[in-house]
Design a binder for this molecule. Structure first.
Ligand code: 4NP
Length: 148
C-alpha cells in the first residue's frame, strides 16, 4: 500500500495537523493510503499535539488529541513512499538523512512557502493560518499522489 509521512520539527504542531487532515480526506475518498507523521527532533517524543493544534483541529471537527509525537527513523526513509516536509529546514534535514522521495508541503498550493512553525507564536494567533495552509496543501497533495 502507498504511504506518506509528514515531517516537521517537533511533531506536536504542524505535522500532526497534516497527518489528521490527510487521513480525513483519504477516508472520505475511500482511498488506501498509509498516513503518519514524525519530527526531526526528539524533544517531545511521546507527547500529544500542542494545545493550540488540538484546539484549531477541534474547531474544524477533527480530534487529534490521541496522536503522540515520535522522531523520524532511518527505517521511515525507506518504508514511506513519500516524505513531506512542512518547511525548508525539514526538507533539508530529511535529505541530509539520506531520504530520496522528499516533497515540500508548500509546493502544493502556496508557491513553495514554508508552513511557519507556530510553536513560538504568541498564543493561538497563527494556528488558524497554519491550519488553512495545511488544509489546502493536503487536498492538492492527495490529488497529486493519486495521479503520480
Ligand atoms: P512543530 O513545532 O515542528 O510544528 O511540531 C515545534 C514544536 C516544538 C519545537 C519546535 C517546533 N521545539 O523546539 O521544541
Amino acid at each position: 500500500m502507498r504511504s506518506v509521512l509528514f515531517v516537521c520539527l517537533g511533531n506536536i504542531c504542524r505535522s500532526p495537523l497534516a497527518e489528521a487532515l490527510m487521513r480525513v480526506k483519504v477516508q472520505r475518498k475511500g482511498i488506501r493510503l498509509i498516513v503518519d507523521s514524525a519530527g526531526t527532533g526528539d524533544w517531545h517524543v511521546g507527547e500529544p499535539p500542542c494545545e493550540n493544534a488540538v484546539r484549531v483541529a477541534a474547531l474544524h471537527g477533527i480530534d487529534i488529541s490521541g496522536l503522540r509525537a515520535r522522531q523520524v527513523t532511518a527505517e521511515d526513509l525507506v518504508r514511506f513512499d513519500r516524505l513531506v516536509g512542512l518547511d525548508a529546514a525539514n526538507v533539508a534535514d530529511l535529505k541530509r538523512m539520506g531520504a530520496k522521495n522528499v516533497l515540500k508541503l508548500g509546493d502544493f498550493g502556496y508557491n513553495g512557502a514554508d508552513v511557519p512553525d507556530p510553536y513560538f507564536f504568541d498564543g493561538f494567533d497563527g494556528f488558524e493560518t497554519v491550519f488553512e495552509m495545511i488544509d489546502t496543501c493536503t487536498t492538492n497533495l492527495l490529488r497529486y499522489l493519486e495521479e503520480n
